[in-house]
Write a protein that binds this ligand. Structure first.
Ligand SMILES: [Fe+2]
Ligand SMILES: [Fe+2]
Length: 246
């Protein structure tokens, strides 16, 4: 990614930091007992996933920025972490108002955090973008599962910001990957796609009740997740497939 691209992303994150999206006050905020039962454990897991001090990511970004002379990356990462913390706070406030207990641990969250700590920025982003792409499918499903206006707007707010996150991360990842030898690129792509599909399968198993309620089955959920993956991380393949359409 060029320094000019990074400047564009920096201005995006600065702009949103100056005027963070807020939920309008006074939105109808009624969650039926059935909805609450359906979403409570699931939303708590995603709230936990949004919550991070960001220390590992920031250290990795600092090292990468120093090695590649990309100082803007540090500020972008700080603002990105702040947005994620705001997501966690928005979900936490909603859960508190509806007496939904917070989770302090979850095995899927623990696995993701351990993986992200393993190496540098590139591996961290590979893991993170999987969670965010699947999160976008999940938040859209959650929006459709409820009649609660506050929760609907909350989901839309999260998706709007996550779309920018995955845009930024995918551009950075594809630029990092392009510097590798061709064979390594092929192996990385195949490994990452398999990891992504495995992660989506775990999300299906652990959040299946809610996702089934939204009309998904295992196949359609995986297909939706893989379509998101292809759009951001296999842009050339998506364009070629579109060109082949009659
Ligand atoms: Fe987030
Ligand atoms: Fe995000």
């Amino acid at each position: 990614m060029s320094p000019d691209d990074l400047e564009i992303w920096l201005s995006h994150f600065e702009y949103h930091a100056q005027g963070p999206r807020r939920l309008p006050s006074g939105l109808p905020d009624r969650l039926t007992p059935l909805e609450r039962r359906l979403i409570a454990s699931s939303i708590a897991t995603f709230q936990l996933g949004e919550q991070s001090e960001g220390g590992t990511l920031l250290r990795a970004a600092r090292r990468f920025a120093a090695a590649h002379e990309l100082p803007a990356l540090i500020r972008i990462t700080e603002l990105f972490i702040r947005e994620e913390q705001r997501h966690a706070a928005l979900l936490r406030d909603f859960m508190a108002d509806h007496a939904i207990p917070l989770k302090t641990r979850d095995w899927t969250d623990r696995v993701f955090r351990r993986l992200r700590r393993l190496a540098g920025l590139e591996l961290y982003l590979h893991v993170l973008i999987c969670a965010e792409l699947i999160g976008n499918v999940y938040y859209r499903a959650l929006e459709s599962a409820t009649g609660c206006q506050r929760l609907k707007v909350l989901c839309r707010t999260l998706v709007a910001e996550e779309l920018a996150h995955v845009g930024f991360e995918s551009q950075l990842l594809l630029a990092m990957r392009a510097r590798r030898p061709a064979l390594v690129q092929v192996l990385m792509r195949a490994t990452h796609r398999a990891f992504f599909a495995g992660t989506a399968a775990i999300v299906w198993v652990t959040h299946g009740a809610l996702l089934r309620h939204c009309g998904y089955n295992a196949r359609s959920f995986l297909r939706m997740c893989l379509a998101q993956y292809a759009f951001y991380l296999e842009p050339v393949e998506v364009l070629l497939a579109a060109a082949r359409q009659p």
